[in-house]
Design a protein around this ligand. Structure first.
Ligand code: ATP
Length: 365
C-alpha cells in the first residue's frame, strides 16, 4: 500500500501539425492517500486512462513525477511498482481453472501453498466464485470472467494500489450494482488504495469516498460526493454530476444581484470584484429552483415538459431564452406557465467556468 503523489505531472503523446505539443494531460499536482477509495470521473477522451496508465507505469509521462511513498517511480515498471490493474475486458487464462487464475499472481510472487489457498478462498468467497473454483475459466460467462479479473487484482495483499479502468463495462446491469457494493466492502476489508476510473457518475459516487473529476485533460475538482453536489468548483462538475445537472445560466452579476434572462435574482453573497472580461454565469441545481403558480414577484417561465422520476418531479422550462430545470413540489399544478423560486443561498457564481467565492454577508450563509 502506498501514498501516491503526482508532482507537476503532465503528458503529451505528440505534437500538432505546427509542431506544438498537444497535452492529453495538463499539469496536475495531487496526492492519493494511502487506503483511500477514489473515483476518477470524466467524459470520454478527458485523459482518465492516460493518468491511470502513468500511475501504473504502462505510459511514461512526458513531464513531472510520480512518487510512491515519497520515492520517484519514474524508472520502474508496472511490476516493480507493485500495482494491480483491472481493465474493461477480462484478462484471464482460459485454459486454467478459476482457482488457478486467482492463485496465479500469488504464485508469481512466490507465496506458499497455505497462504495462496487462504487468500484465494477469501477472495472467491467475497466475489461469490467459490462454487466455480474448480471450473475451467473458458466455460464461464463474460460477467464471471470479469469477476475473476477483479479477483486477480484484489487477491494480492501487498499491492501499492489497485487501479480499475471501467471494470464493470461488460457486466450485466443487474450485477453492476452488486459488484460495486462488493468492491466497497472489499475496500474496507482490505485497506487498499483503490482508484476506479469511470465516466458514470453513479458508479463514481457509490464507490468512492473521494471523487476526482477530470475535464479536457485537467482535474477540475477533487471532493466528496457531497462537496461535488453542494459546491461545484467548475461549471462542468455542476453539469456532469446530478440528474438533471446544474442549471448554468449566463448572467450579469453586481454586488448581491444577478440578472438572468431579464430577471433579477437575489444572491446570498456579494460579488464586487469579478474578473473583467470574464464570461459570467450563475449555477443553481434544479433541486433548489422550485416551480410555483405564476405570481408578480416570481420569474415567469414557459413549461416544455415535466419528468416524473417517481420520488420527485422536474419541470423543464424556458426563462426567456434560457432553459431551466426546476423541482415541482408535491401538489403544485403545472400549466403552460409557472413562476420560479430560486434559493439565493444555492446560487453560485462562475467566471470563465470557475467558481467565485463571493463575500459573506452578515446573517447569510
Ligand atoms: P476513454 O474513456 O474514451 O478511454 P479517457 O478519458 O480515458 O477516455 P484517454 O484515453 O486518456 O481519455 O485519452 C485522452 C486523450 O489522449 C484523447 O484525446 C486521446 O485521443 C489521446 N490519446 C490517448 N492515447 C493515445 C495514444 N496512445 N497516442 C496518441 N493519443 C492518445
Amino acid at each position: 500500500m502506498a501514498r501516491i503523489d503526482l508532482v507537476d505531472l503532465a503528458h503529451t503523446y505528440g505534437t500538432d501539425a505546427s509542431g506544438t505539443p498537444v497535452f492529453a494531460l495538463n499539469p496536475i499536482s495531487m496526492t492519493w492517500r494511502q487506503g483511500g477509495a477514489y473515483a476518477l470521473l470524466g467524459p470520454s477522451g478527458c485523459g482518465k486512462t492516460t493518468l491511470l496508465n502513468i500511475i501504473s507505469g504502462i505510459v511514461r509521462q512526458s513531464h513531472g513525477k510520480v512518487l510512491f511513498d515519497g520515492k520517484d517511480v519514474g524508472a520502474l515498471t508496472t511490476q516493480q511498482r507493485n500495482i494491480a490493474q483491472v481493465f474493461q475486458f477480462p484478462v484471464i487464462y482460459d485454459t486454467m481453472t478459476v482457482g488457478e487464475n486467482l492463485a496465479f499472481p500469488l504464485k508469481n510472487r512466490g507465496l506458499g501453498r497455505t497462504e495462496i489457498d487462504r487468500r484465494v478462498g477469501e477472495i472467491a468467497e467475497l466475489l461469490d466464485l467459490t462454487p466455480d473454483l474448480r471450473r475451467r475459466a473458458n466455460r464461464l460467462s463474460a460477467d464471471a470472467k470479469q469477476k475473476i479479473s477483479l479477483g486477480r487484482g484484489l487477491v494480492r495483499a501487498d499491492v501499492a494500489a489497485i487501479l480499475f479502468d471501467e471494470p464493470l463495462t461488460v457486466i450485466d446491469p443487474a450485477l453492476k450494482w452488486e459488484l460495486r457494493s462488493k468492491l466497497k466492502v472489499l475496500h474496507r476489508a482490505l485497506d487498499l488504495t483503490m482508484i476506479y476510473v469511470t465516466h458514470d457518475q453513479t458508479e463514481a459516487l457509490t464507490f468512492a469516498d473521494t471523487v476526482v473529476v477530470m475535464y479536457d485533460g485537467a482535474v477540475v475538482q477533487i471532493g466528496t460526493p457531497e462537496e461535488l453536489f453542494a459546491r461545484p468548483s467548475h461549471t462542468f462538475v455542476g453539469y456532469f454530476i446530478g440528474s438533471p445537472g446544474m442549471n448554468i445560466l449566463p448572467a450579469r452579476v453586481e454586488g448581491r444581484r444577478a440578472e438572468v434572462a431579464g430577471r433579477t435574482l437575489a444572491l446570498a453573497r456579494s460579488y464586487t470584484t469579478l474578473p473583467a472580461k470574464a464570461r459570467i454565469e450563475v449555477g443553481i441545481r434544479p433541486e433548489f429552483v422550485s416551480v410555483a403558480p405564476p405570481a408578480p414577484d416570481l420569474a415567469t417561465a414557459k413549461v416544455d415538459r415535466v419528468d416524473d422520476l417517481g420520488r420527485s418531479r422536474f419541470a423543464h422550462v424556458r426563462l426567456g431564452e434560457q432553459r431551466v430545470a426546476a423541482r415541482v413540489p408535491r401538489g403544485v399544478p403545472v400549466g403552460d406557465e409557472v413562476g420560479l423560486q430560486f434559493d439565493p443561498a444555492q446560487i453560485h457564481v462562475y467566471a470563465d467556468s470557475h467558481l467565485i467565492e463571493g463575500q459573506r454577508v452578515e446573517g447569510e450563509v
